[in-house]
Structure formats: C-alpha cells, structure tokens
Design a protein around this ligand. Sequence first.
Ligand code: N01
Length: 549
Amino acid sequence: MPHSAPNRTETRVDVVIVGAGFAGMYMLHRVRGLGLSARVFEAASGVGGTWYWNRYPGARCDVESMQYSYSFSPELQQEWQWSELFASQPEILRYANHVADRLDLKRDIQFDTRVTDARFDEATHRWEIATDRGDRVSAQYCVMATGCLSTARMPDFPGLASFKGKTYHTGHWPHEGVDLSGQRVGVIGTGSSAIQAIPVMAEQARELVVFQRTPNYSIPSRNGPMTAEYEGSWKSEYEERRAKARTMRGGILYDINEKSALEVAEDERRREYEARWAAGGTAFMAAFSDLAVNKQSNDTAAEFVRERIREIVKDADTAELLAAKDYPIGTKRICVDTHYFETYNRENVSLVDVRKAPIAEITPDGLRTTEAEYQLDTLVFATGFDAMTGSVLKVDIRGRDGQSLRDSWEAGPRTYLGLMTAGFPNLFLITGPGSPSVLSNMIVSIEQHVDWVTDCIEHLGARGLDCIEATVESQDAWVAHVNEVAYGTLYPSANSWYMGANIPGKPRVFMPYIGGVGAYRQKCDEIAANGYTGFELTQPARETAEAAD
Ligand code: N01
C-alpha cells in the first residue's frame, strides 16, 4: 500500500534525491541539516532500496552486521541490536525503517513514484524533474541515489511467455513470499543471489534443478547468532573501529596479511587459507596481499577453494562442474554462503551445465537446453542486474545543450571521481561508476559520498555560487586513472558485471574504482580542500549574464 499520497503539483525545492535506499536516506538527512528543502522520489512503496526488493529466500548481507550500518550517528549505532553476525534481509529492512522513522525521513519521501526525466535549464541553473505520476519539480541540485545493483536483468529467452508455471527474479521477489513446497523448481544463475537462495529453496522444493553457466568461488559465511561479547567489543570501540575501516581498501575492518602468497612456504600458505576458510567471509581474499594482482598467487587461493569443493561435494562430476577454473578468484565478486556446496549432496538437487549445452528455450512445461528437456513448475531467475549504470540511465537525463547522459556514456560511463559527469552541472551520483562503490562496504562508500556532496553544496552556498561541474579534462584524466589501476590487476580478465559483460551490447569497461576506499577518500578530500580542483564553480546564471554585459 502506498505510504504517501501522490503529489502532482509544481514544486520548487533545493535538492531532489532519486532513491530512498541507504544513500538517499542519508542524503536527505544531511541536506536537511544544511537547512535546505528536499524531495526524495522512490519507485518502491518503502525505504531500503536493494533491501526492499531483494527478498528472495536466504537473502542476507555478506558484510558483517556490526560493519554494515550507518556510522554517522553514535546513538543509532549504539541503540540498534543485530541478532546475527550476518544480518538477513528482513532485519536490514527493519533497520532501514527504524532509521527512517527515528530521523523522521518519510515525510519528505514520495513513494511509488519513479523519476522519468531530469533536464538542466541553463538559463536558471536548475534541474527540471518529471515523474511517472505527473510531478514536475524544479531543484538546484539533483542527486542520483539510485543504487548500483537495482535494475534487475531478465535474459530474453525464447518461449518465456509460454511458460505455464510461475517465474520470479531474485531482485523482485514477492513481498508475501513464495511457497515452493512440492514444486519442481529451476534456478537460472549461480551468482551471489543464487548461492544464498539455493540452499534455502532446496529445503522446500520437491526437486531443484540449477542451471549453471559459470561456477563461482564461494566462502562459507560461518554466520551465527550475535553474542553479547562480540557486540560489546564493537560498541565499546565503535568510533575508533569505524574510523579505521574508512581508511581500509574495502571500507571493512579485517585482518589483511601484507605478505605475498609466493613468499611463504607451502605449509604456511595452507595454514593461512585454512584459518580464513574456518573463520569465514570475504576476509578470505585478504589472506595475502597480491591475490588480486598476481596470477600465480591467485592460483594458490583458487586451488585451495577448489579442493574444499571437491571435499564437500560427494559426486565427483558435480564437484568438478562447481569448481571455477577459467577466471581468477575474486575477479568476479566473491560469494559468501551457508551450505551452498553441501546442498548438491541432497537427493532433490541437480546441476545442469548450460555452458556446455545452453538454454535453447523456455517451454510451456519447463526449459529445454540444446541437450535435454526439464519439466518445471517454477522458474527462478537469479540472473543479476544491469549494474552501476542501469538505474541512472533509466532516467532520461539531459545536461547542457540538451545533451543526453545515455549518449555521453554510450561507450561506457565517464565521470570525475564517480561523483559528477562533465556537461551535467549540479548532478551528483552517489557511488557512481568511477568510485570504489561495489568493491567496498557500500554503506561506508555511501556515507563518504553523501558527506562530500553535502560539504560541496555548503561550500557553494557560502560563497554565493550555485553551480558546480566537472571539467572534461579532469574527467578524462580520472577515467584514464580508473582504467590504469584496473588494468594493473587481474579483474579485467573475468567476464564480470564489473566489466558490463553480463549485458549483451554493454560496453566492456571496468566500472568501479579499484584504488581502495582509503586512498580514494583522501583524494576526494584533497580536491575539496583545494577549492574543488578539476571542477568549475560558477555564480548564479543571472549574475553571470550581467557580468558579461
Ligand atoms: O547476479 P550475478 P546476482 N543463461 O550477475 C547467470 C550483489 N549481491 O544477483 O556468470 C544462463 O552475480 C550468470 O552467469 P554468467 C553482489 O555484488 C550481494 O547473483 O554470466 N545463465 C550468473 O551466474 C553480486 O555480485 C549480496 O555466466 C545466465 C547469474 O546468472 C551482485 O549483487 C547478495 C544468463 C547472475 O549472477 C549480483 O549478484 C546477492 C543466461 N542467459 C547479491 N544470464 C550480498 O551482499 C545470466 N546468467 C548478500
């Protein structure tokens, strides 16, 4: 049910924010703190963004709970209690609602409303924003808080419309849940979402058939109930630990081994991997300092994981199919699971290799590969997202001279710092392409961007300026730097969504900035402290015209 009434009146505000996930919510809070007016538009009926939509069975965060939460308010972080080491989606959504209520955010959020157009008016230096509910809003600043993984991707399989059973995408799971009892269920995809959903669905379904194109490396989460001691250890040092996390490469506090995997003896290397496998979680990838840059080092970690899979999965052929071999570990996003590989030991679960025999069509009664036919009652698409650019480009954004952002980014996204793009003044991107975003703890990166944008808006206001825009030169230099750093690692060697490789026709560009959260923050702070180098700051349009007379 809609939480707010549609408002189809003409409105003028200082800031329009698109999206009410963790980015949009914090942006609204900070903008209010400047004494400015804001309106948030949100397509969903509630706050939470990705955690609103991704309600598939088993959905949980694979950054640990004590670190996956806002750090800006000491009261908030002290009062909230997580029940598990890795929070489940319903609990994260409760947290988002708790924050929204606590900060009284919802009165400025218009739910069930999608922004369709945003046009920069050069005469007034304002953004004219239109929604699918007929709103027309004029704002000085437009902030795209649209999320990096929020445009679900449904492959265009022939015959899909003919399927007689139910179909679901993990990123659009029904709110009332889905009862899979007694069903023959097919799952397409084996990324993070599928790896979390499969073990839970297998417990309910009569039969579960997993259609895998590319196997993934996954590390056990070792999730469990939150203990009072563990929670207390964080809460007693929250400020210090958060401050430290902000300087880390991934914005997550964990133990990074500074040694190369190749400089230690075989038994020491094995002990390190075993300890991290036993501890669980993405910290596995910090076992050695060079896993992301040295193929030989990476091979040692990848082989360790393949050995674990062969140990866990009883059927040797299935184990071999599940063991990723054709890309380095970590170069597609590492997955974290609860009994994923063990699930293939169940009688009711089978694995189909759709790399060898691709899906030919969806039939009325199931799915046909080029080799066999499968009878299914329900099809689950765990087929991912048009990542990083999908949701920004869904809006028809027009900058100077009516230039379209879709055209500007035709050959791949181009930004300065992942925050702004040349030709689009006063349009900010939160965790945009060209920033660490998806390679980091998203909440840490969101807070950093929102703080930077807030300081920037305050800076402009205090100097009687009303416009900021990235220069083409600074943008070109930043894009070159983002590429140079990426190509110094093994990441571009994988066909990942980081590279846009999961979307047919999408340009192959490594989209996030891999230079690390700490170094990136320092760079952004220096640029701001030096008067926003690489940006052009201008005074109100009328004054500019008068000065030229
Ligand atoms: O999506 P994905 P996801 N035929 O793109 C397959 C975050 N996340 O929703 O690899 C057959 O990773 C595709 O195969 P391939 C996290 O950042 C976080 O799982 O392209 N298969 C792949 O196996 C994550 O990385 C969390 O060959 C097809 C799968 O579908 C990101 O979201 C939890 C196909 C898509 O995997 C996306 O994860 C969940 C086709 N035509 C997600 N098209 C937490 O933090 C696609 N596939 C908890």
